[in-house]
Design a protein around this ligand. Sequence first.
Ligand SMILES: [Zn+2]
Length: 241
Amino acid sequence: MTSAGLTSNASAAPDVIATVATSADVLRRPGAGEHLLTAVEKERAARFRHESGRTDFIAGHVLVRLCAADLLGVPAAALTLAQHCPDCDKGDHGKPYLPDHPGIEVSLSHTRGVVAAAAGHRPVGVDVELTDRGGTLLDVAPRVLAEEELRQVREHTDPARAFLRLWVRKEALVKIGRTTLDGLASVDLSGLPLDLPGGAPLLSPFEGFQVLDWVDEAHGAAVAAVSELPPRAVALDALRA
Ligand SMILES: [Zn+2]
């Protein structure tokens, strides 16, 4: 437990938080909405051909502000989010960051109707996928899994679910810069448990990182967050903003 509210957040110990929620719930928060986005983000939002994709994009970019605002103890509206792609040097996609708060690292992920975001005093990567996508994703398993991981997935009682767990972990590791999309098979997570006891959030060490896994059954989502510090899963309603 923290003594939030009693002490200034500026003096709080280094922390990493992650949240998952439906896009609808994020945008239902008081003060949440597209108006929080920068002109660059609004332009990107406008390019989505489907309203659902646009909504998920906006919700993800709002949720990451809510996470960072909670950590900083400032209103979400006070935060500017920028992105930078190291491959093409463009600013309308790629790794998100807060230009005005270089000490805070952020990450975000959106899928159909569900978004996840993280903020911390250390680099952080987060990924969310819907559990019903496991079967579709399973087709790429031989390309993205290490040999031992592939064996574990094939022997699992629910291969699609087991694969999805590895997939969100690997995507989170891509976001933190530990690997690339081309290098997924070279990361071997077979030493980490594939099942979460009782569905509770699970923390596992991997190299110098702490991997937080959880399943959001209410939203049908598998989530993983990776950082040097153990990420904490925080409910949307618990975020101050
Ligand atoms: Zn790029």
